[in-house]
Design a protein around this ligand. Structure first.
Ligand code: ADP
Ligand code: ADP
Length: 208
C-alpha cells in the first residue's frame, strides 16, 4: 500500500496512522515527527526548521522534500508507505510525483480526513503525547491513563495562535494539492468527526 494521509492539523492523522500500522505493514513517514526529531537532535535541518514550526508556518519546501526523498529511498519503504503530513504544498506534490515516477511506482490512495475548522482548535490545544512511547492523547477526548498522565507533554506549536496560523496555511497552501490527485482519481474523503474507533472503521472501509 502506498498512500497519503491528508487533512488539516489535528484531524487525527497521527492517531489513525498508529491504528493502521497495527494492520498494514508499511513505513510511516510523518514529516512532522521527522522534523521534531531533527529539532531535538539540534541538527542543521532542525535549527533551520524550528522557528517556522513554532510559529505554525510551513518549513521551506526544499528542506522537507530533501528529507522525504531521502527517506523514501530507504529499504523499508519498498513494502509500502503511508505519508502523513506530506505533501503540504503544490511544489511538494510535484517533487513527490517526480520521485515516484523515477522509481517506477505510483500512489494508490490519498485519504482525506475531513474535520471542520470549528473542532480543530479544541483538538489541538488539548493534545498531549507520551514522550516515552509517542502515543497521542487528548485531555478530554482520549485522556492518558493514570500511570502516563504525569509525563505527557504538549507540543510547542499546539497553542491557539500557532494553530490558527496552521489552519490558515492548510486552506491557502495545502488544499490546492488535492485537485492534482483528484485528476488521478485516487482521492477518498472520510468524515473525521466521531470517536477514533468510528473514524478507523471508515478509514479501513475506504482503504478496502
Ligand atoms: P499537524 O498537527 O499540524 O498535522 P505536523 O506534526 O504534521 O502537525 O507538523 C508540525 C509542523 O511541522 C508544521 O506546522 C510545519 O511547521 C512542519 N511541517 C510538517 N510537515 C511539513 C511539510 N510537509 N511541509 C512544511 N512544513 C511541514
Ligand atoms: P494530526 O496528526 O492530524 O495533527 P492527531 O492524531 O495528533 O492529529 O490528533 C489531534 C488531537 O485530537 C489529539 O489530541 C488526538 O488525541 C485527538 N483526536 C484524534 N482523533 C480524534 C477523534 N476522532 N475525536 C476526538 N479527538 C480526536
Amino acid at each position: 500500500m502506498r498512500m497519503i494521509l491528508f487533512g488539516p492539523p489535528g484531524a487525527g492523522k497521527g492517531t489513525q496512522a498508529a491504528r493502521l500500522l497495527e494492520r498494514f505493514q508499511v513505513a510511516h513517514l510523518s514529516t512532522g515527527d521527522m522534523l521534531r526529531a531533527a529539532v531535538k537532535a539540534g541538527s542543521e535541518l532542525g535549527q533551520a526548521a524550528e522557528g517556522y514550526m513554532k510559529r505554525g508556518e510551513l518549513v521551506p519546501d526544499q528542506l522537507v522534500c530533501d528529507l522525504v526523498v531521502e527517506r523514501l529511498g530507504q529499504p523499508d519503504c519498498e513494502k509500502g508507505f503511508m505519508l502523513d503530513g506530506f505533501p503540504r504544498t503544490v511544489p511538494q506534490a510535484e517533487a513527490l510525483d517526480q520521485t515516484l515516477v523515477r522509481a517506477g511506482i505510483a500512489l494508490e490512495l490519498v485519504l482525506v480526513l475531513e474535520v471542520p475548522d470549528a473542532l480543530i482548535v479544541e483538538r489541538i490545544t488539548g493534545r498531549r503525547s507520551d514522550p516515552q512511547t509517542g502515543a497521542i492523547y487528548h485531555l478530554k477526548f482520549n485522556p492518558p491513563p493514570a500511570e502516563v498522565a504525569d509525563r505527557v507533554v504538549q507540543r510547542a506549536d499546539d497553542t491557539e495562535e500557532a494553530c490558527r496560523t496552521r489552519l490558515a496555511k492548510y486552506h491557502a497552501e495545502t488544499t490546492p494539492v488535492l485537485p492534482f490527485y483528484d485528476a488521478k482519481g485516487i482521492v477518498k474523503r472520510v468524515d473525521g468527526v466521531g470517536t477514533p474507533d468510528e473514524v478507523t472503521a471508515r478509514v479501513i472501509a475506504a482503504i478496502a
